[in-house]
Structures are given as structure tokens and as C-alpha cells.
Design a protein around this ligand. Structure first.
Ligand SMILES: Nc1nc2c(ncn2[C@@H]2O[C@H](COP(=O)(O)OP(=O)(O)O)[C@@H](O)[C@H]2O)c(=O)[nH]1
Ligand SMILES: [Mg+2]
Ligand SMILES: [Zn+2]
Length: 300
């Protein structure tokens, strides 16, 4: 995340037109309403937005959002701006890894300029799948963390690498998202209860996304990334291919510059070694690409 100055903050939550601002350095917390101009322009502030604020003079709502800084990315579902890192959680034991889901999530993240981290959990229970997962995702260059209840070092390395960033968990149910959320931030998540109560303003039934300042980073309390529909997100076939760093690297050498890497002659991706792109990851890419291309073909 960008370093903030003293008139800037992060929106951590918005309820009924009021926005909860936070900054670590120097520490700041406050409630704000946007200037009228946003309403006219139909710009809706989102959690994760970096904003500039000023004092309003109103003791109930002491701040005004003057400006939303340019967004690095904007997610529709869940509604969130400027996500830096997606913590894609995969179990080395049970549940059996859903490689298609991991591929869709990594591609989605890459396309939106979110860094995909692979959190490989339960390595203390079973490490027989570890090398397969590493072989699939190392060629892409994604940071991978081998986590287990016996591996404190790797957890500390992860903690260090998410410092100052806006992060969210993703992955199948049962892989350890809640477990590692607590292992990473447990104590500080308790403390943020105070901020969220203040933000609660009585009974709140509608679903909203909230970023928790964890003392280290901001973590989204979203269950929204257990699945991702690429076509629904408006991602095209060629964008999808660019979501694979190892394909992107090789594609420059394909004979055709619109190569889909499915069956073209002179395709450098099809000709690559298993260390450059894992054969199963390539096969899954081809399946997902075919699915995406036929979705768009059928639309017109
Ligand atoms: N041994 C071991 N168990 C784990 C690990 N991560 C998660 N678990 C267990 O797996 C189960 C599901 O974890 P949970 O965090 O609820 O998964 P979620 O559905 O992704 O939030 C729980 O019983 C956890 O204790 C791990 O690294 N090692
Ligand atoms: Mg959970
Ligand atoms: Zn190709």
C-alpha cells in the first residue's frame, strides 16, 4: 500500500453513507461523510479507498472526504478497492486441492494487479501433495508459504511479507483460512472489535465488507472468494492468458501474436518444458480458456 500523509487515510468500512477512516502512522481514526460532489459524480467510496480528508466542524461526524486517490484496482464482489495481496489458501492434506479454483484465483489476482500468495496449509499432517503443488505454482513465480502447526518460521515470514498491505483470504472451505487469520492477527482482531462496535450504530443487518486494521496490515473480512466467475467479472480470453505469468513470459516467442496456446503451430507455450509451465496447469488453462472463449462467442 502507498504511504499515507497526515491528511490521508484508508476507508475501512462504510455504513449508510458514513465512512470509517483509519491510518497507522501517525495513528488516526475517525468518521467521515463524502463531499457532495461525490454524490453528483456517482462515485461511491469503497473499503480500501485511500482518501484525503479535512475537518467538518460537526462533532458527530468530524471529517469530510475531500478526494478519493486513484484506485489501483476495484473489485465488484466483494466491493473493495486497492487490494494488494490475495492469500490463496490450499491444503496439503484434506480437502483435496481444487487446482482449477487456485488457477482461476491466481489469474484473477494477476489481472487486477493483486499479488497472489499461495498459503499451503496442513503440511504438518501430510506432505505428500506438497511437491505437486510447488511444481504447479513455482514456475509462475508466486510467493508460496508452507504452513503447518509445526512451522513458526514460515508464519513469521508471511507476517513480514504482508506488512502495510491490504489483504484478503481466498480458498475452499476447510483449508484453514480462519485458522491462519487467527494465527496471524488473533490478538489484534480482538482489539478492532472496538472500532467495529462504534461503526455498528445499533442493529446492522445488511452485509457490508469491513477491513480490519490488524496492527500489521488491513485484512478484509470477506467470505467472497471461495469461488470466482471469470466471465461474470468481464475477463476476456486474452486477459486470462496474461493472468499466467509463466505463459506471458513464453508467449512473446509464439508465431502468432494472438496465439491462444491451445493448438496453434509454432506455439512457444505448447513447446515449453515442464519446469517452465507445469503440464497439468497448462491443460487446465486450455480448458478454462476454451470455456471463456465459448462464453463470449455465444454472446454475439
Ligand atoms: N494440523 C493442521 N490443521 C489445520 C491447519 N490449518 C487448519 N487446520 C484445521 O483445519 C480445520 C479447518 O480450518 P478452518 O480454519 O476452519 O478452515 P476455513 O474453512 O478455510 O476457514 C480446522 O479444524 C483447523 O484446525 C494446519 O496447518 N495444520
Ligand atoms: Mg472459515
Ligand atoms: Zn502460444
Amino acid at each position: 500500500m502507498k504511504k499515507l500523509t497526515t491528511n490521508q487515510a484508508v476507508i475501512v468500512k462504510g455504513i449508510a453513507g458514513q465512512y470509517y477512516l483509519h491510518r497507522y502512522e501517525p495513528y488516526f481514526e475517525g468518521v467521515a461523510v463524502p463531499r457532495g460532489i461525490f454524490r453528483k459524480k456517482k462515485t461511491i467510496p469503497l473499503p480500501g479507498d485511500l482518501i484525503e480528508y479535512s475537518a467538518s466542524g460537526d462533532p458527530d461526524i468530524p471529517y469530510v472526504i475531500e478526494k478519493i486517490l486513484p484506485r489501483k484496482n476495484e473489485l465488484k464482489r466483494p466491493p473493495l478497492a486497492n487490494l494488494d495481496i490475495l492469500l490463496i489458501t490450499v491444503s496439503a492434506s484434506l480437502p483435496v486441492p481444487d487446482f482449477y479454483l487456485v488457477d482461476r484465483l491466481t489469474a484473477y489476482a494477476e489481472i487486477l494487479q493483486i499479488t497472489p500468495f499461495i498459503l499451503l496449509t496442513k503440511t504438518d499432517i501430510d506432505d505428500s501433495n506438497v511437491s505437486e503443488i510447488l511444481n504447479n505454482y513455482c514456475p509462475a513465480g508466486f510467493p508460496i508459504y508452507q504452513l503447518g502447526f509445526d512451522n513458526e518460521t514460515e508464519l513469521l515470514r508471511l507476517k513480514e511479507d504482508i506488512k502495510g498491505e491490504i489483504v484478503a483470504f481466498a480458498g475452499q472451505s476447510g483449508v484453514g483460512k480462519s485458522t491462519y487469520l487467527n494465527l496471524l492477527f488473533g490478538d489484534s482482531l480482538m482489539e478492532t472489535g472496538e472500532l467495529s462496535n462504534k461503526a455498528g450504530r445499533g442493529k446492522q443487518t445488511t452485509r457490508h465488507i469491513e477491513l480490519f486494521p490488524t496492527g500489521i496490515s488491513y485484512v478484509a473480512d470477506t467470505p467472497g472468494f471461495q469461488t470466482i466467475n471469470l466471465a461474470e467479472s468481464g475477463i476476456t480470453g486474452s486477459q486470462f492468458a496474461d493472468g499466467y505469468p509463466e505463459i506471458k513470459r513464453l508467449a512473446a516467442k509464439c508465431r502468432f501474436n494472438n496465439c491462444t496456446h491451445i493448438q496453434e503451430p509454432g506455439c512457444a507455450v505448447l513447446a515449453a518444458d515442464p519446469e517452465q509451465i507445469h503440464p497439468e496447469r497448462l491443460r487446465r488453462y486450455q480448458f478454462l480458456r476454451g470455456e471463456l472463449d465459448s462464453f463470449y462467442d455465444n454472446m454475439y
